[in-house]
Design a protein around this ligand. Structure first.
Ligand code: ZN
Length: 282
């Protein structure tokens, strides 16, 4: 029984504001808390029957988790040059995917803590075949195309409610009550981790019955970006068409190709924020 964990930071127990993840001293504190939440999920997964766990660090620069503190039974995908973004390492050999410390989408609940979709600097809204998605729904569709079901999520209560609209039977550990985008009523991390451990165990025990989330036929992404300069630069790719000053659209034959294409557009859009060569030193 192989389990893939996509780990993010905004939904980790103890996190209430973006500043906590950006201020250097605070950020170091939260790396320990993130690793501890992921360890709770790994322990729960093994208690539920997992025999292998791969964790992909998916927040910010994608190297937040402290390998020296990680449960040694798991391996860790770390570092950010990844064609498959938050899902690098996932394939059809897995039996379930778990989302630890994830968050609500940009155009979702007003109170979901540090809500955004993939890259707050450039994405306002993302749709797949007409349906608005957050990271969890999008990643679940990619996992589904490998036949891998989404079985567990952890994060704030608004995030959990949002995801359960699409994935009603996913097991969920609520780590905090969302008050506002930058405020939460926090559970003590030990309390939250107990919940993560127990729900992760339940999720893995029920993984065989879980149904992968799948999309039929060609996959069309529509992205509403934050700046027109970001949208315009994505049209360097011949597959991308503008749908408005900040809107882009493209279609691919399958979900994995479309996911990589989306990531390519987001990379271009991020780099176009202040001019694409603005930060190149070479
Ligand atoms: Zn994040």
């Amino acid at each position: 029984m192989k389990i893939f964990i996509s780990a993010d930071m905004e939904g980790i127990s103890g996190v209430a504001t973006n500043q906590q993840l950006k201020t250097p001293s605070e950020y170091q504190r939260f790396r320990h808390l993130m690793t501890a939440d992921v360890n709770a999920a790994i322990e729960g997964a093994y208690n539920g029957g997992a025999t292998a766990v791969v964790v992909a660090d998916g927040h910010g620069n994608m190297s937040n988790l402290l390998i020296e503190e990680l449960d040694p039974r798991a391996t860790l995908v770390s570092g950010n040059n990844r064609v498959m973004c938050q899902l690098e390492g996932l394939d059809e050999s897995f039996d379930g995917i778990m989302f630890v410390g994830h968050h609500g989408r940009e155009a979702g609940s007003e109170r979901a803590v540090i809500s955004h979709t993939l890259a707050g600097i450039c994405v306002n809204e993302m749709k797949i075949n007409g349906q608005v998605v957050g990271e969890t729904e999008m990643n679940s569709l990619v996992a589904g195309s490998f036949g891998v079901p989404a079985i567990f999520i952890s994060g704030d209560d608004a995030y959990v409610a949002e995801v359960q609209e699409t994935l009603p039977s996913v097991k969920a550990a609520v780590t905090k009550r969302a008050v506002d985008r930058f405020a939460a009523e926090l559970l003590h991390p030990e309390v939250a981790r107990k919940e993560i451990r127990e729900k992760a165990e339940e999720a893995v025990k029920a993984a065989k019955q879980a149904v992968p989330l799948q999309v039929e036929g060609p996959v069309t992404f529509e992205l509403e970006l934050k700046g027109s300069q970001q949208a315009m630069m994505t049209t360097t790719l011949p597959t991308v068409e503008l749908t408005g000053p900040r809107g882009i659209r493209f279609t691919c034959d399958d979900m994995v190709t479309a996911y990589k294409h989306m990531w390519g557009c987001v990379i271009i859009a991020m780099s176009a924020t202040n001019g694409v060569l603005g930060s190149v030193n070479a």
